[in-house]
Design a protein around this ligand. Structure first.
Ligand code: URA
Length: 316
């Protein structure tokens, strides 16, 4: 098979997984398919058309149609049936059964979850414990010198959204765009987060969005344990004040920090954990989805679980 044909199949696969943008160039998926002369390039898939008719905002997050690209890849000699387990996390290409419906708090599978010890408050300095509103926290964060990250950052990124939000989204740390604007999740990953929220009928304004770290680590390097220790009291206080119905941890870092565990993300997904009694769902970070669109489907399942909790649970 020639390279052009392989490229066509690859791009079609990405389109079937719900992508309409390519990260590394200015063309979108349809443009590329037109350039390489793929048949039906301007025609969206059946699933995409159905999703678009139902709601344009969920179009890029419809994971339903997975048939044709897998057949194409099999024809091209690619093994799509054996899960990849080596260094990379498994790519889930098979449809999964729906998670069990949740109707009451008693029904929730909390037994499987991790209960976080409640002695963290002792680690929170009095000055942060005494902050009485999200605005007060934001002011404090802007002046924070508890770790050296403020020296290299342009702006602090305390978080934003509804102070009474039922859903709180927690990410890792601000990136370049967030550092530039002082707002969380406003870059490319943030745009995807907005679409993920739209897929469960939520807007950014209805939720609260924040990160474990409130200042950008230089060059987007991984947060250091001392930085997390210094910064996490702000997050703890934010969650204490908001008391959401559900928390979604986006990515390994947010999940492991909130749950105080080293367990890999793959094993944390699909369970309802608890953070001080509040249901907590773990899912992939939107930046990871940009690199691997096959994770969109499991992410969609995770956020649907969060949505079901929102629709059913009284506030803890
Ligand atoms: N990644 C994050 O974890 N948080 C942001 O705010 C932006 C990108």
């Amino acid at each position: 098979m020639d390279a052009k044909e392989l490229l066509r199949r690859y791009i079609e696969q990405r389109r079937e997984l719900g992508e309409s943008e390519l990260v590394l160039d200015s063309l979108n998926v349809e443009d590329v398919l037109r350039v390489i002369g793929a048949a039906g390039a301007s025609r969206p898939s059946r699933a995409a058309r159905a999703a678009q008719a139902a709601s344009p905002t969920v179009r890029e997050f419809d994971p339903a149609d997975t048939r044709d690209w897998r057949t194409s890849l099999r024809d091209a000699g690619v093994n799509v049936d054996t899960p990849i387990t080596a260094a990379t996390p498994p790519v889930d290409v098979s449809p999964k059964p729906e998670p069990p419906a949740i109707t009451t708090t008693d029904d929730m599978a909390f037994k499987k979850g991790i209960v976080v010890a409640s002695d963290e408050a002792d680690l929170i300095p009095d000055t942060i414990l005494k902050l009485r509103s999200l605005d007060e926290i934001a002011e404090k964060v802007k002046k924070c010198r508890r770790c050296p990250l403020y020296e290299t950052a342009t702006n602090a990124v305390p978080g934003e959204g509804d102070p009474h939000a039922e859903l709180v989204c927690v990410g890792e740390a601000p990136g370049a765009k967030e550092d530039e604007t002082g707002r969380p999740f406003v870059g490319q990953a943030g745009q995807l987060l907005t679409k993920i929220l739209a897929a469960i009928d939520m807007t950014r304004e209805q939720v609260f969005i924040c990160n474990v770290l409130k200042h950008r680590p230089p060059g987007n390097r991984n947060p250091q344990p001392e930085e997390v220790e210094a910064c996490s009291p702000y997050l703890i206080r934010q969650l204490e004040l908001i008391k959401p119905k559900v928390i979604v941890a986006f990515g390994t870092f947010a999940a492991q920090t909130l749950l105080q565990t080293k367990t890999p993300l793959g094993q944390l997904r699909g369970l309802v954990h608890r953070y001080h009694g509040i249901p907590l769902i773990v899912t992939y970070h939107p930046a990871a989805l940009l690199r691997n669109p096959a994770w969109k489907r499991p992410t969609w399942e995770d956020v649907k679980l969060a949505r079901r909790i929102l629709d059913s649970a009284p506030r803890s």
